[in-house]
Ligand binder design. Sequence first.
Ligand code: PLP
Length: 285
Amino acid sequence: MSRIAYVNGRYLPHRHASVHVEDRGYQFADGVYEVCEVWNGRLVDQRRHLDRLERSLRELSIAAPMSRAALAGVLEEVVRRNGVRDGLVYLQVTRGVARRDHAFPPAGTRPSVVVTARRSDRRGQEALAAKGVAVITVPENRWPRVDIKSTSLLPNVLAKQQAKEVGAREAWFVDAEGNVTEGASTNAWIVTPQKKIVTRPAESGILRGITRTVVLEVAADLGYAVEERPFTVAEALKAAEAFITAATTVVMPVVRIDGHVVGEGIPGPIATSLRLKFHDFSELA
Ligand code: PLP
């Protein structure tokens, strides 16, 4: 089945799907995005992703490109046309196409919308989760508004590449106080030796991950103690477990941080149980 992308009102073959050279997303990264997991052919937590998209648009004063129901319809249609059973759907909204000028374009400029979908290798992901992944730490160098899911991701791109070059899957940003903020595309968690789950509060320094929100519900249901507070790299190195969360990875155990083994060096029972239970708690559209 050939891939289909949605671009500004049209469903196009992926190789012909393109936006204008003066799209503000292309020239200024002036846009926002969402990534939803597709699981057994269903969109995972679509409602929460669309809530967050609307918030990101509002924070940047970008107009909603269409009604929420229409947008949900496009997401579902792109998933359907691409025959995705397990994978991801990507949605991007930019401030539209206009003559290059940093300030906002004239009122009435239509936001651009792109939606793509792709399959993921569920078995490969499970195999990875059974082994765990390595992360590195890098200095936080992003703007303070990381609560907005903006397409402006250059620090994240550079951090991920740095991780990749040393065989790690993720880079954790560390702020000026020595606390881990989050990963380049995931939220960061540890489990203390006393079996308390710790993750940074979503009020500052991180994106409020949808997976994070659902994992907090799963943890409460499983009776785990959770502390939303910052943690340092030193504390993470002494943790019993560590893991990352995102729509792209669900709950992924971390077994090495900067080359140091975490806990037993294998995925821990708490991260594994959160991963197993996740889809019982997520909303399926
Ligand atoms: N933090 C960052 C910087 C991200 O880019 C992402 C996802 O892309 C997340 C956290 C996790 O968010 P979610 O669980 O909504 O996928």
